[in-house]
Ligand binder design. Structure first.
Ligand code: RB5
Length: 160
């Protein structure tokens, strides 16, 4: 692992259960990240896809989002070509706050300000090292509550 950015306090939040999914456009990166998460001691529920054969991203994004919404997993990891389609799908499931993440900064802000519970990544847009570091930072950042709490409640209320 490359070192984390200096001055970015990373609380140790312990091991998580992560539901992971992808389409063909995200299969290579999802495989790499699932291996990394398991090597790090996290539990991963890999919900597919299981090959580079062409599939439809909504099928996998919905399955992962429902696993997180039903609290079968603490967080979700979704990978497609851009990280956009899977994010659109996941955010249609009540209780989900999914964010497309491009770097370490968006990774910690999505947790700290938005209490995101699914990280979406675009295999065709970011490299594996950035993706791996962003995922680590996402999992190790905490929702800051305070002024952000009422805003997140307003987000949640839209689908209630
Ligand atoms: C598949 O070609 C691609 O459209 C998909 O992986 C994703 O980027 C959609 O948002």
């Amino acid at each position: 692992m490359p070192p984390m950015e200096p001055n970015h306090a990373l609380p140790f939040l312990g091991m998580a259960t992560i539901a992971a999914g992808c389409d063909h456009g995200g299969f290579s990166l999802k495989t790499l990240l699932v291996d990394h998460l398991r090597d790090s001691g996290h539990e991963v529920i890999d919900l597919g896809t299981d090959s580079a054969e062409r599939v439809d991203y909504p099928d996998f994004a919905e399955t992962v989002a429902k696993a997180v919404a039903q609290e079968e997993a603490n967080f979700g990891l979704l990978v497609c070509g851009s990280g956009i389609g899977v994010c659109m799908v996941a955010n249609k499931v009540p209780g989900i706050r999914a964010a497309t993440i491009h770097d370490v900064t968006s990774a910690h802000l999505a947790r700290e300000h938005n209490d995101a519970n699914i990280i979406c990544l675009g295999e065709r847009l970011i490299g594996p090292e950035v993706a791996r570091e962003a995922l680590e930072v996402f999992l190790n950042s905490e929702f800051q509550e305070g002024r952000h709490t009422a805003r997140v409640q307003k987000v949640n209320r839209i689908l209630e």
